[in-house]
Design a protein around this ligand. Structure first.
Ligand code: SUD
Ligand code: ADP
Length: 289
């Protein structure tokens, strides 16, 4: 028995940090959406009860440290599942990039195993379980557009933003989410206008979505990675309507309405950055084609 799931990357349209909590997490408010850059997860039932992860990527662990493994283990333990699973990950999302690739793999594994192991859990229940794996996993279970609060696990779904193109550029060096949060100086941040972004999304107002992009974690990652700033400037120079770093970084994205402009930006980034993608913004739940 077999099933497959699409695990799309996310970008942050906003990311605000309100305060540091006593549990070492930060209370945040962020609006995220999905883009058409996705891993593919294949799940095969194993009758011996084992969980196995396979991937050709040399950037992710294939053992119990893999977030997809952790998702399978959580379901198996919580619901006393006797079957095991072979999890095959076709990795397309850059790793440690601020695009939630690992979280999306975990979420896709939860959704897929819910079917394969016939657990009958609701999306809300899967999102709750996802929060035990990582702060971004709940959002990734919904796999759409949402406001995330708390440490990221309190999700309110939003309508999809109007269609546009996203140019992604990832500098070579990955970034550790934990160290970015640790280095954040709350006295030095300008809070993004989360309500302004919510209104823009509700009105399907592309211009105001561009005007309200904001991410306080740029204050940590930009000074430490000058390449990120250079890419932002280059994207704006070659015609992006707005640019922002996603999550803890270092991936930068630029928004444009037309594909021809996206390709112009893509071409202008050659020499600046090794890894560049041109993709559509998605923002609604995805199934495999
Ligand atoms: C910054 C964001 C924005 O979407 O994503 P990425 O850039 O990683 O994609 C998220 O908040 C990352 O979520 P995720 O990567 O799931 O975080 P977790 O594994 O739960 O936590 C990693 C570490 O980040 C810090 N952390 C995380 C979330 C939060 N609200 N406050 C924190 O301080 C904690 O130090 C924690 O030990
Ligand atoms: N399936 C997975 N895909 C990507 N990274 C994974 C996975 N499982 C575990 N990881 C680990 O999670 C960390 C964060 O990876 P990722 O989710 O790609 O980045 P980010 O948190 O910046 O969005 C990496 O150090 C990686 O080794």
């Amino acid at each position: 028995m077999y099933t497959a799931e699409k695990a799309p990357a996310k970008i942050n349209l906003t990311l605000d940090v309100l305060y540091k909590r006593p549990d070492q997490y930060h209370e945040i408010e962020m609006i995220m959406t999905t883009i058409d850059l996705a891993d593919r997860i294949e799940l095969y039932v194993l009758s011996d009860g084992k969980i196995k992860v396979e991937s050709e990527s040399r950037f992710i662990p294939n053992d119990e440290r893999n977030l997809a493994y952790r998702a399978a283990k959580l379901l198996k333990k919580r619901f006393l599942v006797t079957d095991g699973v072979r999890i095959k990950i076709d990795k397309q999302i850059p790793v440690a990039a601020g695009l939630a690739g690992g979280s999306s793999d975990a979420a896709a594994t939860l959704r897929g195993l819910n079917r394969l192991w016939k657990l009958n859990l609701s999306t809300e229940q899967l999102a709750e379980l996802g929060a035990e794996i990582g702060s971004d996993v709940s959002f990734c279970v919904y796999n759409s557009t949402a406001l995330a609060k708390g440490r990221g696990e309190i999700i309110t779904e939003l309508p999809a933003p109007p269609p546009c193109w996203v140019v992604l550029a990832k500098p070579a060096q990955g970034v550790s989410t934990q160290s970015v949060y640790q280095s954040l100086n709350l006295d030095k941040i300008t809070h993004p206008d989360t309500n302004g972004m919510l209104k823009a999304i509700e009105n399907s107002d592309y211009k105001n979505i561009c005007a309200n992009l904001g991410n306080v974690l740029e204050t940590v990652t930009l000074p430490k990675n000058p390449e990120v700033m250079q890419i932002k400037q280059q994207m704006l120079k070659s015609g992006a309507d707005a640019v922002l770093m996603s999550g803890s970084g270092p991936t930068v994205y630029g928004l444009v309405k037309h594909e021809s402009r996206a390709i112009r930006i893509y071409n202008s980034l050659r020499g600046f950055c090794e890894e560049v993608h041109v993709v559509r913004m998605l923002g609604t739940r995805q199934t495999l084609d």
